[in-house]
Design a binder for this molecule. Structure first.
Ligand code: HEC
Length: 251
């Protein structure tokens, strides 16, 4: 009796994991039920991103900035009073998930990412005049190791690799004669193997016949730190990093 019970529990949890994985892969764009209390007074013909796209957050937590989209008409003029619904894969939540655009034609929501690390395809949909119009938005959820890598990058690397200054850190990028790439630059970083990344981080630019302006971190970072940094750069690469030999299922 106990044994059968245990077996059933195992089956059920593995079925859930499979379902979750499927939902994540498929993007799971189920239509939200009609929203009670929200009444659109206008409709646009386009929906565009105002801010908050391409954010990088941590699994299971809210993105730091709100996601703001704008509904426009044919002339590109903002449309107040239009309905906008936000959708995402299983595990992602929006607060609110639907709303009416404000006087500037914008809809603002707060996004909480799911518990699986990776790239999340989100969308904002407005009913439109004749057919619904959709805007796709990407967000990335970092897992534990990738999160560690992002902290290390902030501490050691971003003052050179990130052209933008932040309140905590002044960017040194403009002063560098040879320009490093931001870690999101998939076109450059995706072509570098893990071994090459490891050696340029541990031994500096000259290890790969590059500029000595790229310092060596062999005395500062542990092997685990370097792995975390690589995991982080792979996670935020745009276009996405696809390791050689991995076969991706087609939609
Ligand atoms: C003092 C500035 C500086 C710091 C700090 C720095 N780098 Fe660099 N890095 C550079 C420069 C300059 C290059 C370009 C070298 C070239 O192309 O000849 C570079 C290149 C690289 C490259 C090769 C890809 C590219 O951007 O061209 C990687 C990978 C890299 N750095 C990783 C890191 C990591 C990881 C850290 C932190 C642990 C770090 N760097 C910290 C200046 C810096």
């Amino acid at each position: 009796m106990m044994k059968r019970f245990a077996a059933r529990i195992t089956f059920r949890s593995s079925a859930w994991v499979a379902l979750l994985a499927l939902a994540t892969l498929a993007g799971c764009k189920q239509n939200a039920p009609p929203v009670p209390g929200l009444k659109a007074t206008a409709a646009g013909t386009a929906i565009v991103e105002s801010s908050g796209g391409h954010q990088v957050g941590v699994t299971g937590t809210a993105l730091s900035d709100p996601l703001v989209v704008q509904v426009n008409d044919d002339q590109g003029t903002a449309v107040p009073g239009a309905l906008v619904e936000f959708h995402g894969p299983a595990g992602v939540s929006f607060d609110p998930a639907a709303m009416i655009t404000d006087s500037s034609g914008q809809a603002t929501t707060s996004v909480t990412l799911g518990s699986i690390a990776g790239r999340y395809q989100l969308s904002a949909v407005t009913p439109g005049k004749s057919r619904p119009v959709t805007l796709d938005i990407v967000a990335t959820a970092l897992g534990y190791q990738q999160r560690l890598g992002s902290i290390l990058a902030d501490k050691h690397c971003n003052r050179c690799h990130d052209p933008e200054s932040s309140p905590q850190r002044v960017s040194n990028y403009d002063n560098l004669e040879v320009k490093p790439h931001p870690f999101t630059e998939g076109n450059t970083l995706n072509k570098m193997s893990d071994a090459d990344l490891t050696s340029i981080i541990l031994h500096g630019g000259p290890a790969l016949n590059r500029s000595a302006l790229m310092p060596s971190y062999g005395n500062t970072l542990s092997a685990a730190d370097v792995r975390a940094l690589i995991a982080y750069t792979r996670a935020v690469a745009d276009p996405p990093y696809q390791p050689a030999g991995t076969v991706y299922a087609r939609k």
